[in-house]
Design a binder for this molecule. Sequence first.
Ligand code: TRP
Ligand code: ZN
Length: 476
Amino acid sequence: MSRSARLVATARPFLLALALTLVVTACSGPGGAHATPGGEGVGDPYFPEAGNGGYDVTHYALTLTYTPDTHALTGTAQITARATRDLSAFDLDFKGLEVKSLTVDGRKTSWTRKGQELKVHPPSALPKGKAFRTTVRYSGTPETITDPDGSEEGWLRTADGALALGEPTGSMAWFPGNDHPSDKATYDITITVPKGLQAVSNGELRTETTAGDGRTTYSWRMTHPMATYLATVAIGHYDITRTTTKNGLPVYVAVDPEEAAASRKVLARLPEIMEWEEYNFGPYPFSSTGAIVDRRGDAGYALETQARPFFPGAPDTATLVHELAHQWYGDSVTPKTWRDMWLNEGFATYAEWLWAEDHDGDTAQQTFDALYKGDYYDDKADNEAIWAFPPADPTSAAHISDSPVYERGAMVLQKIRRTVGDARFYDIIQGWAAAHRHGNATTADFTAYVEKMAPGKNFDGIWKNWLYGHGKPPRP
Ligand code: TRP
Ligand code: ZN
């Protein structure tokens, strides 16, 4: 509430206050004459409708019930947020499911829907700085979303349950929110499923209770900021393994029984990979780790879901290294927009190269050379695709998962390493993870950071030709 509004509301007798509220609401609300709608996107260059302006979510409390037989989801989302300006209305991203009721700070609130925008019209304006809680009750059959790059995300049905994956804009298929990586928040995710099924999510399992109605409720908590695209739920039959790493970090691994035999060996290396990554990238940013392995075909890709990466079928070691590396680069240090995607994929790919180098495989420089020469892939077109566009500008939403973002992004890191030497390079990648731990960062933040960490070195050619330049960079 703004200062003047509070004075009015508390100084006047009740009836007068009510009359004033009615009059003021008719114009712009007690948030003042400047209260305006928050905006239907945060201005992402590739996903202009993703996220919403005018508020900042601090916590999501999601309470979900899913019945695989009918594919019915009912949910309550309690979204705690802070207004970042005087708001007459604000949007949530929410696709498909039916909204049953909506309150803001306990007061019944009207809403309108258009495409993925759920517009909330609070009874009175929300002044800048105010913390407010929106509660949305909803139900329906959640949708699978096809991305601009053709991959499927959102809510995916599996043989024995379902799976929620959200990169880049799939979380809106199962909960309303500010679906953009720039607005990270903590989460409580509670899922009720028919007895006999498991429900796995991010972070730590707090309670598991089976009620008399034949349903089991799993309550998960992620206490560190998480981008919406990294939230997950996996429902089905899983073999659960709970261990700890040498440092005492809890490891929770859920494997579809059909993938158990094929996964056993690689998942046994998870603690070793975590230790190698902590040694190279610095302290692990979350309070537990693990993995979810579903069946091959349950999704078309692995995903770095926070503290519990997801794999469609038993992963190979490189993929496990990749998704765990994302916990530092992507999940903890999260891109500010989808254009900065190479900060995720270039780093996670480079982690694979470093792992190979440290484990009797090719050196990162050998991988770099093969890519530069064009004999890395069997297929000529794949080798040429690396030069299609610069890592720092994948040109459109359809290309954020292409090889210039992954492989050429990793090549940028190898160029930096060659320029500064190993000792300084590891300081840079660890320092980068520390500097933006649990936050967001842009490509410009990264180049500035590298320059700050290596005074006297010149990176102009790397930025110009490798990071931002079109076509294959010239050999130096
Ligand atoms: N981030 C995933 C990985 O680890 C790949 C991925 C899944 C992806 N879905 C995506 C990339 C959507 C871009 C857009 O590599
Ligand atoms: Zn990745």
